[in-house]
Write a protein that binds this ligand. Structure first.
Ligand code: SF4
Length: 354
C-alpha cells in the first residue's frame, strides 16, 4: 500500500510541472540538475551483453512479447557453455559486464543459478549484473527461501549487482492490471533495499505508457527517491515507453518523443539523489537519444550486443560504437566508456573495435 500523499504540495507541484511546464523550460531545469551533478561535459556508456538465460515464463505480463509458456516448442534454457561463449564474445569486444535476466521458469532448480554464478566467475570472469527484483521474488516464492537469503546466496555465489528490470510502474493498481503475477511494488522495492543493505548497487527503471496516469508516474519517482534517501544504493535510473507491438497491449498507442523527454526531465528533477540517468536511445532512436542529453541524461546506456526482450516487441535501434560516440560528440559531449559502477575507463575504445 503506497503511503505517498498525492495531495501534498510537493506532489501537486511536481504533477503540475510534468503536465504544464513548457517543454524547453522543463528541459532547462533538468539540464541544470544534470550539470550540478555532472559539471564535466562527458557522456558515459558501457559495452555489455544482455543474456536472457531462458524465455520460459509463467508471469504472463501483458506487455511482453519475449516469453513462452512452459511446454511451448520455442521455449529454451541456455546451457552454461552457451552462456560462457556469449560472455567470451562480449569480452572480445571490450565488454565490461553481462546483463543476465530471464523469464520466471518454474523448471529450473535454485541450485542451477548458484552453479551458474560460480561457473561464470571461475571460467568466464566478468561483472554479473543479474536477476531483476521480480526474478528474486519469484525465486523466493518458488523455492520457499526468504528473499534476503536468496539475495545473499546469489551474491555469495558471484552476483555483483542487480538490474532494475520489472519495475514498470511502481503503483500496485497498475501492476495488478499489466503484471499481476509479478512482484508488487513493496516486494520489488524491498529486494532493491535488501540488495543495498547487503552492499550491492542496483539500477532502477520505469516503463511507462501502459494507460497509467501522470500522477502514477510521479508516484513511481517519489517511491524511488524515498528508498534512495535511506540507502543510497541506486546507481542509475532508466525509463522507456511501452513497445506495444506484438504484445497483448498492441491496442495501446505508442507514446511519442515529447512524452519521453518530459518524463526523463521530471525524473532528473525529482531523483536529484540518484547520480546517473540513462538516455534510452535503444527504444527512442539515436536522435531523440541525443536530445535526451539536454533533458537530464548523462549516460548513453549500453552498446548491447543482444536485446531480446525489447526487440521482441517492436522497434529497437542499433548502433556501432563509432556511431554511438559520434552521436555523443555531435550533441556537444565527450564520450567515455565506463564500468558498471559508472567509474570511467582511462582510454576511449578504439573506433576500430566498432
Ligand atoms: S516481462 Fe519478464 S516476467 Fe514478464 S512475461 Fe516477460 S519474461 Fe516473464
Amino acid at each position: 500500500m503506497s503511503h505517498i500523499d498525492r495531495s501534498s504540495p510537493e506532489f501537486r507541484d511536481a504533477l503540475e510541472m510534468y503536465e504544464r511546464a513548457p517543454l524547453l523550460e522543463l528541459g532547462a531545469r533538468a539540464d541544470a540538475v544534470r550539470r550540478h551533478l555532472h559539471p564535466e561535459s562527458v557522456v558515459s556508456y558501457i559495452v555489455d551483453r544482455n543474456i536472457n538465460y531462458t524465455n520460459v515464463c509463467v508471469a504472463d505480463c501483458a506487455f511482453c512479447a519475449f516469453y513462452r509458456r512452459p511446454k511451448d516448442g520455442e521455449g529454451y534454457i541456455l546451457s552454461f557453455e552457451e552462456i560462457g561463449a556469449k560472455i567470451d564474445e562480449c569480452k572480445a569486444l571490450g565488454g565490461m559486464q553481462i546483463l543476465l535476466q530471464g523469464g520466471h521458469n518454474p523448471y529450473i532448480p535454485f541450485e542451477w543459478y548458484l552453479e551458474l554464478m560460480r561457473y561464470i566467475k571461475q571460467h568466464h570472469p566478468i561483472h554479473i549484473h543479474g536477476f531483476s527484483p521480480s526474478e528474486v521474488v519469484f525465486f523466493s516464492e518458488r523455492y520457499k527461501i526468504p528473499m534476503p537469503e536468496v539475495v545473499r546466496q546469489l551474491r555469495d555465489a558471484g552476483l555483483d549487482s542487480i538490474p532494475g528490470g520489472g519495475g514498470e510502474i511502481l503503483v500496485d493498481a497498475i501492476r495488478e492490471r499489466v503484471a499481476r503475477k509479478k512482484a508488487q511494488t513493496d516486494e520489488w522495492l524491498g529486494v532493491q533495499e535488501e540488495a543495498h543493505r547487503q552492499g550491492m548497487k542496483t539500477s532502477v527503471t520505469m516503463m511507462y505508457g501502459m494507460g497509467e496516469s501522470h500522477a502514477d508516474r510521479i508516484e513511481h519517482l517519489f517511491r524511488i527517491r524515498e528508498v534512495q534517501e535511506r540507502t543510497g544504493g541506486f546507481t542509475a535510473f532508466i525509463c522507456w515507453p511501452l513497445q506495444p507491438e506484438g504484445t497483448a497491449m498492441a491496442d495501446h498507442v505508442k507514446t511519442d518523443a515529447v512524452s519521453y523527454l518530459r518524463t526523463l526531465a521530471m525524473a532528473r528533477i525529482i531523483l536529484d539523489n540518484v547520480p546517473n540517468l540513462q538516455s534510452s536511445w535503444v527504444t527512442m532512436g539515436l536522435k531523440v537519444g541525443q536530445v535526451a542529453l539536454r533533458f537530464g541524461a548523462n549516460d548513453f546506456g549500453s552498446l548491447m550486443m543482444e536485446e531480446n526482450v525489447v526487440s521482441a516487441a517492436g522497434t529497437t535501434y542499433r548502433a556501432t560504437i563509432a556511431e554511438m560516440e559520434r552521436s555523443i560528440r555531435d550533441a556537444g559531449f565527450t564520450p567515455r566508456r565506463r564500468r558498471q559502477d559508472y567509474s570511467l575507463l582511462e582510454e576511449p575504445l578504439a573506433a576500430a573495435a566498432a
